[in-house]
Design a protein around this ligand. Structure first.
Ligand SMILES: [Zn+2]
Length: 73
């Protein structure tokens, strides 16, 4: 009989779906932790609040006084 295989949700690697793999359907503990980490981030995101990187770019500053045209002397 053959051991069914399942694709790891994290890295898509095929791993045996058996009791020998305690991390199934993940291929390894590392992939399981990665997936749980992403899951936690989703849950901890407060509904109604925009994602930190969704509104406004932190790098773009509105007109720096140092580079104001006309004041070059
Ligand atoms: Zn994996």
């Amino acid at each position: 009989m053959s051991t069914p295989e399942v694709a790891c949700p994290t890295c898509s690697a095929m791993s045996p779906w058996s009791s020998s793999n305690p991390y199934r359907p993940f291929c390894s503990e590392r992939c399981k932790l990665i997936d749980l980490g992403g899951w936690f981030e989703e849950r901890f995101r407060i509904p109604g609040q925009p994602a930190p990187d969704a509104d406004g770019e932190p790098q773009s500053t509105p007109s720096s006084p140092d580079t104001e045209p006309g004041t070059l002397q």
